[in-house]
Design a protein around this ligand. Sequence first.
Ligand code: DGI
Ligand code: FE
Ligand code: FE
Ligand code: FE
Length: 188
Amino acid sequence: MKSKEEIIRSVQQQMPEKRWLHTLGVMESARELARQYQADEDKAELAAILHDVAKFWPVERQRTVLQESPYAEDLLAYDKPLWHGPVGAHVAQQEYGISDPDILNAIRFHTSGRVGMSVLEKVVCLADYIEPGRTFAGVEKLRELAKKSLEIALLEGFDGTIQSLLAKRQLIYPLTVQARNALLKEVE
Ligand code: DGI
Ligand code: FE
Ligand code: FE
Ligand code: FE
């Protein structure tokens, strides 16, 4: 595995300044949530560093990775903003030598979620919603919920994402809906 410093330098070079500031925010929030909900803080931070590594890659480069990797081919039929998670996980493994499956899954599923998310996966996904730089409507409520329940906060986050997709009449990736339903059952 490359050193954390090397990974940080390399990831920072692949995105505009604004997205790097978002990444720093996710690192901070992921560490905090990991401490609170007993996930590994270093793993949470590492997943956060890498979660958006492929976000600004040219779409054709992202498509090539999805086509060549053994998973997530179904994503090609859905919107491009969903692609960078699985692409990032692939890169984390191939280019940065990360082998921990929990870290790789936290990167891979940070946008869609999935059924049966680990605590680490939930932590990274929620940190992405509530990092200090986020300003969308409802983020304050999410931050409050995050203090009380990881699952309820993330459920609220997914509900907000699904509502905004509906409002824009966009495709909803089925795994996003399944992830949301699974969380609802978890908190019942
Ligand atoms: O990469 P970030 O902006 O930090 O956040 P993200 O990876 O959570 O989300 C990226 C985008 O993906 C966001 O604008 C919402 C969108 N998205 C999330 N779930 C779905 C989705 N888009 C579609 N079309 N379908 C989904 O299920
Ligand atoms: Fe992302
Ligand atoms: Fe997210
Ligand atoms: Fe992000």
